[in-house]
Design a protein around this ligand. Structure first.
Ligand code: GDP
Ligand code: MN
Length: 401
């Protein structure tokens, strides 16, 4: 789960990281009032859960409250990378001398959090990572010892920070590390951490990614979720406990198990198709969950064929088949469907699906090829109609085992 900039910065502040004064507005009037309270120049910052807001025109300075209201009016409602701006953060404008990058992520190969710092922070950090990786200093942290003071100093030295800022920098790095651990984050980042004209360090931007698997022990963080930032499909997937990621392809995939889902996507690509989504219904899914998953897949207009790849262990194939039929009952569709069900109760599952006039396959390779073929055939033509109501009477001639 991603947190907004204003949420991330407030959390950082609780861990002793200096941030600009500011507040959140949802209307131009509110933005003007906040600017009046702050006095002086302000920066109006769109709060959307994507990076690169600055480059997209979603971050602008204003010299007085009236201009703040006007600028907020222009930024609110803006579309940034597909997301509509509904909130802006109005912060005291920082007088920026230099921009530093400071971030922490989990390095899976090292099995440790890694703190990264660069003197070339700001909106071009991705470019720096690509073209001048040596300008990013990295230090792996022993999770039992935490970030040690000498490591903070090593980072400060590594990015050539003026000596007199080293102590404050170490405190900020420590605060960021404690925030990272305290929130069970998978990423905590300040970009830029600026040196102001007056020679002080200030966290001007903030980003936190929370580990969803740890949210159960952070109610206060879980409550920060911004439902506006999720598509209706993502919301429904979360409600039903489905792991769902939308992609750009044309083959909707419903799979049980993340590894199997990845393999299904790979093999779909191998045979010339492109997955429309990653979707893991998890182990032991009941019919209602399967039906929700299929509804989500079918709501994507790009989907030209659906591929079910179910390995029945704890999950029962007949239960999955029932879910598919239930969903087809609710949302009849002409999108062709290919099913590969293997394992517990596969016979019963296949029999149910065959009665629904569905293409079946014995192996994943065969299923993927059939799905790709079916998707190509659908493009343009309406294809056969699948609905549970009519399928009972339909012949099972498409059944190819
Ligand atoms: P991002 O583009 O989504 O990463 O948003 P940031 O908050 O990092 O802002 C992008 C850039 O806008 C920063 O790197 C700064 O150069 C600039 N910026 C942000 N806040 C201020 C501010 O208060 N004063 C000034 N002068 N520039 C700012
Ligand atoms: Mn930034």
């Amino acid at each position: 789960m991603k947190l907004h900039e204003y949420q991330s910065k407030r959390l950082f502040a609780q861990y002793g990281v200096p941030i600009p004064r500011g507040d959140v507005a949802t209307t131009p009037d509110e933005a003007r009032d906040i600017a009046a309270r702050l006095g002086g120049r302000v920066v109006i910052k769109s709060q959307v859960l994507v990076g690169g807001r600055g480059k997209a025109g979603g971050i602008r300075l204003a010299k007085d409250p009236n201009e703040a209201g006007r600028v907020a009016g222009q930024i609110l409602g803006m579309n940034i990378k597909g997301l509509t701006v509904k909130k802006v953060l109005v912060d005291e404008a920082a007088d920026i001398a230099t921009e530093i990058y400071l971030g922490i992520v989990i390095d899976r190969s090292k099995r440790r959090p890694v703190v990264m710092a660069s003197s070339e922070g700001g909106v071009e950090i991705e470019e720096v990572a690509r073209t001048k990786p040596e300008r990013i200093v990295k230090i792996a942290i022993d999770p039992f010892l935490g970030l040690q003071q000498y490591q903070g100093r090593e980072l400060a030295f590594g990015i050539g920070l003026p000596k007199d800022l080293s102590r404050d920098f170490c405190k900020i790095a420590e605060g960021l590390y404690n925030a990272f651990v305290g929130c069970d984050a998978s990423l905590a980042e300040i970009n830029p951490l600026v040196v102001t004209g007056a020679g002080k360090l200030l966290a001007v931007d903030g980003k936190i990614l929370l580990d969803d698997n740890a949210l159960f022990r952070h109610f206060e963080l879980a409550e920060m979720r911004d439902a506006d930032e999720e598509t209706p499909e993502e919301q429904e997937a979360r409600r039903h406990g489905l792991s769902y990621v939308k992609l750009d392809g044309e083959i909707g995939c419903m799979v049980n198990g993340a590894g199997l889902a990845m393999a299904t996507m790979d093999i779909t690509k191998l045979y010339g198709g492109a997955p429309a989504n990653f979707l893991d219904i998890g182990g032991g899914a009941q019919a209602d969950k399967v039906a929700a998953a299929l509804r989500i897949i079918l709501s994507d207009p790009n989907v030209k064929a659906v591929l079910f790849n179910i390995f029945g262990g704890i999950t029962r194939c007949d239960e999955v088949a029932k879910g598919i039929l239930d969903a087809l009952h609710e949302v009849p569709t002409t999108v062709p469907m290919v099913a590969r069900l293997v394992g517990t109760n596969e016979e019963e599952g296949r029999a149910l699906l065959a009665s629904a006039n569905m293409i079946t396959a014995a192996t994943l390779a065969e299923a993927a090829q059939k799905a790709v073929r079916a998707a190509r055939a659908t493009e343009g033509s309406p294809g056969p109609s699948y609905s549970a109501a009519q399928s009972a009477a339909a012949p099972a001639e498409r059944r190819e085992l």
